[in-house]
Design a protein around this ligand. Structure first.
Ligand code: 13P
Length: 250
């Protein structure tokens, strides 16, 4: 059985004191879950969040990083910096980074490798635009994105990669993929991984769905055969709402 990972992506939201208050409220609400609980917070909130999450089952992740370990990259954060303060997860290749910050399949691949070199768990995002979906290209686009993101990795590394399928048209729009469509897209990603890395890897790799997940639609999505939890944006900003999503199976 694959574990479910329910991860919040706060994007550019919450000051350090708000992060601390959030975790204080969330911790007792999710303490009994068997699902993995992750909060991916802005860089400035990481250290405060790590301290607040100590002694809880909440894991902390970053939302991006550079692929080099040091150097003249003004304004960037290195993977070993994240590791040094105790960060466990890092989102890589979110569609907002691809769209607004020139993230490419090539830089995503470098970052995934750098995450493993620094013992961080990458959450790798893929997803199609509305235009691509309407042109019937969803599977082609997402399987290509995933093949390029994971190129050159060892099978054990792929097995330890978390993948988030996030159709771009469903992010922040209130439009969710139907559970069947989301499951089919995730199955296509799993089949591609099977083709390249074999069945053992494809059966155990965790693939989440993201895009307008809320407490009212999460159960239907997360109980589909191939959907292993979710990457949650807007609905992860409220501790009660996020706790309901984490506890969808209670
Ligand atoms: P929303 O849940 O706000 O649609 O955002 C999804 C997302 O981008 C998570 O990474």
């Amino acid at each position: 059985m694959r574990k479910k990972i329910i991860a919040g992506n706060w994007k550019m939201n919450k000051l350090p004191n708000e992060a601390i208050n959030f975790i204080d409220k969330l911790a007792p609400l999710v303490k009994d879950t068997e699902n993995e609980v992750v909060l991916c917070v802005p860089y400035i909130d990481l250290f405060y969040s790590l301290l607040s999450a100590q002694g809880t089952n909440i894991k902390i992740g970053a939302q991006n990083m550079h692929f080099e370990e040091n150097g003249a990259y003004t304004g960037e954060i290195a993977p070993n910096m994240l590791k040094a303060i105790g960060v466990e997860y890092v989102i890589i290749g979110h569609s907002e980074r691809r769209q607004y910050f020139n993230e490419t399949d090539a830089s995503v691949n470098k970052k995934v490798k750098a995450a493993f070199a620094n013992d961080l768990k990458p959450i790798v995002c893929v997803g199609e635009t509305l235009q691509e979906r309407e042109a019937g290209k969803t599977e082609e686009i997402i399987t290509q994105q995933i093949a390029l993101a994971l190129e050159g990795l060892m099978p054990e590394q792929v097995q330890n990669t978390v993948i988030a399928y996030e159709p771009i048209w469903a992010i922040g729009t209130g439009k969710t993929a139907t559970s069947e469509d989301a499951n089919n897209a995730i199955k296509a990603i799993r089949d591609k991984i099977c083709q390249i890395y074999g069945q053992n890897v494809s059966k155990s790799v965790i693939i989440q769905y993201g895009g307008s997940v809320k407490s009212t639609n999460c159960q239907e999505l997360f109980t589909m055969t191939d959907i292993d939890g979710g990457l949650i944006g807007g609905a992860s900003l409220d501790p009660e709402e996020f706790a309901k999503i984490v506890n969808y199976d209670k």
